[in-house]
Design a protein around this ligand. Structure first.
Ligand SMILES: Cc1cc2nc3c(=O)[nH]c(=O)nc-3n(C[C@H](O)[C@H](O)[C@H](O)COP(=O)(O)OP(=O)(O)OC[C@H]3O[C@@H](n4cnc5c(N)ncnc54)[C@H](O)[C@@H]3O)c2cc1C
Length: 495
């Protein structure tokens, strides 16, 4: 069998893996990255993102370090807010219903800002997310939460920049290279076995970093762990995350950790292809529901569309839609709501109907009960506290009163034609189940003892996400733990 040897092997080539590879090189280790995908589909789910990082910041002072080319005009008309360690930790605790591992949460929050600045030092450029994370309202932008900056070029810009920086620093990358198992000797993990372009190879290494994502791309595991119906969900991102790294770790005694029955999943174009495309032009996301209502086939609302900022709610909508009769729903807007639509609503692939009356709209939807729908809209419109001013940049408290399914913010009567309805199903982003690590990213066995030579990062870490997830925390978490895993694996290998 073909063999080769490196100090550190990194399995996967998304954001977490590439951060690990770059930081292992900083320790002087020779580093090989194995990417299962071919070069043109490289970068995992990280390539599908908007490139956004949720980080601790103190407003303009921090944002300017990341985005030095902000204009004076942008600065004058923007409130960047701030996001303290305490606010970030509070959000994580609340969003995960207080299940998040507190040691891991603290570690990734406290290292968030320095890690984004480290990525910038590697040559990546950032921008402030005007229009997506802050609306122009009464002449000013106001950012909602800790998600202010993203990499220019989005997810593709992020991974292209990281691949470039890694290769410039001497990291070796092999494509169509699927790791299949871990090698072991008396000292612990000693490398990986992989199928590279169909040929089996043993790669010996002092340390292995597993960063090959979750199992969202694996229909059979989805049905097995997430439950009935999840085999039918569309995958928002890469097809290559099928749980290989998790299986490899479990096979050497790693401890399963976190919510194996949970995932991040949102409303997604109902007739989208089975897997995503890392190109905003074909995105199936529908992220402006807080400016309309969502109804099922009975014409009934089934969740509070304005419960919180979009970043804190979109990850819960997928399971809610999956549970509806037929597994579909419609996002419905009037002309006021349409004003807030992001570009994805205007894409060719959107399943959309438009009409000048609600009666005509529901006929065009085709599979929504007309009486149920018209009753829902009538009751919803009548229940809105219209005396509370509407403000898209804050939780404005413009709510409904007396409805079974409440509406907490940004409520606006559906009354101004033209009306639009978008049909959505469920799109899965990533799975929450993972393996247990200590605060230096060493993989732990069932007795909480480290498995020597084995580290992990990114979505493979268990114990972080439960029930929900705050937007832009995935890349942040992957970068912090990836960087740390590379550092530790590099030190271990060189020591
Ligand atoms: C459409 C979409 C939009 C998103 N937007 C955002 C956002 O704006 N901000 C944010 O923070 N998060 C976002 N996320 C979530 C984010 O993508 C993840 O949290 C993050 O990218 C996970 O990084 P990772 O490195 O752990 O995994 P990934 O980036 O998925 O990388 C996994 C890698 O492992 C490889 N691999 C799998 N199996 C093997 C194997 N056997 N051998 C070798 N390689 C293997 C894959 O090919 C891939 O390269 C989004 C996700 C999606 C799908």
């Amino acid at each position: 069998m073909k063999t080769s040897s490196y100090d550190v092997v990194v399995v996967g080539a998304g954001n977490a893996a590439l951060c690990a590879a770059m930081s292992a090189r900083e320790q002087g280790a020779s580093v090989l990255v194995l990417e299962r995908a071919p070069i043109e589909k490289r970068g995992g789910n990280s390539a599908f993102t908007a490139g956004g990082f949720r980080m601790v910041h103190d407003g303009l002072n921090t944002i300017r370090k990341l985005v030095p080319d902000l204009t004076e005009d942008e600065i004058a008309k923007t409130d960047f807010g701030q996001y303290t360690v305490e606010e970030y930790l509070d959000d994580l605790a609340r969003i995960t219903q207080y299940h998040i591992d507190p040691d891991l949460a603290e570690l990734f929050v406290k290292r968030s800002t320095e890690t984004v600045l480290w990525i910038k030092e590697k040559g990546l450029r950032f921008q402030a997310n005007f229009g997506r994370q802050a609306f122009m309202h009464e002449g000013r932008f106001k950012f909602f939460t800790g998600y202010v900056c993203s990499v220019i070029g989005g997810g593709l810009g992020l991974v292209d920049g990281e691949f470039k920086a890694a290769e410039q620093n001497g990291v070796v990358i092999r494509y169509k290279a699927r790791a299949t198992s871990l090698l072991r000797n008396d000292a612990g993990v000693a490398g990986v076995r992989a199928l590279i372009d169909g040929v089996e190879e043993e790669i010996h290494a002092r340390a292995v970093v597993l960063a090959s994502g979750g199992f969202e791309g694996n229909r059979e595991w989805r049905a097995r762990y997430l439950g009935p119906g999840w085999d039918l969900a569309k995958v928002r991102g890469t097809r290559y995350n099928t749980g290989d790294g998790l299986q490899m770790a479990l096979d050497v005694g790693a401890q399963p950790y976190g919510q194996w029955s949970g995932c991040h999943s949102c409303s997604w174009e109902r007739y989208a292809p089975d897997y995503g495309e890392p190109d905003a032009k074909t995105s199936g996301q529908r992220h402006c529901y807080q400016f309309g209502i969502i109804v099922n086939g009975d014409g009934k609302r089934f969740l509070d569309e304005g419960e919180d900022y979009r970043n804190f709610t979109f990850g819960k909508h997928g399971p809610a839609v999956l549970k509806q009769p037929g597994g579909y729903a419609y996002q419905v807007f009037d002309a006021h709501g349409v004003k807030f639509h992001r570009s994805e609503y205007k894409l060719r692939g959107a399943t959309k109907v438009q009409a000048n009356t609600l009666e005509e709209l529901v006929q065009k939807m085709g599979d929504v009960n007309p009486e149920g729908f018209l009753k829902t809209v009538r009751e919803y419109n009548a229940a809105i506290k219209t005396d509370v001013p509407f403000n898209p940049n804050i939780k404005d408290g413009r709510c409904t009163v007396g409805l079974d399914i409440p509406r907490s913010n940004w409520a606006h009567p559906l009354q101004e034609p033209p009306f639009e309805a978008y049909s959505v199903g469920t799109g899965i982003t990533f799975t929450f189940g993972g393996i247990k690590i200590d605060t230096t990213t060493r993989v732990l066995d069932i007795a909480d003892q480290p498995i020597k030579g084995l580290y992990t990062a990114g979505e493979m870490i268990g114990g972080i996400w439960y029930f929900n997830y705050p937007g832009a925390a995935g890349l942040m978490c992957g970068a912090v733990f990836g960087r740390l895993a590379g550092q530790e694996a590099g030190k271990f290998a060189k020591g």
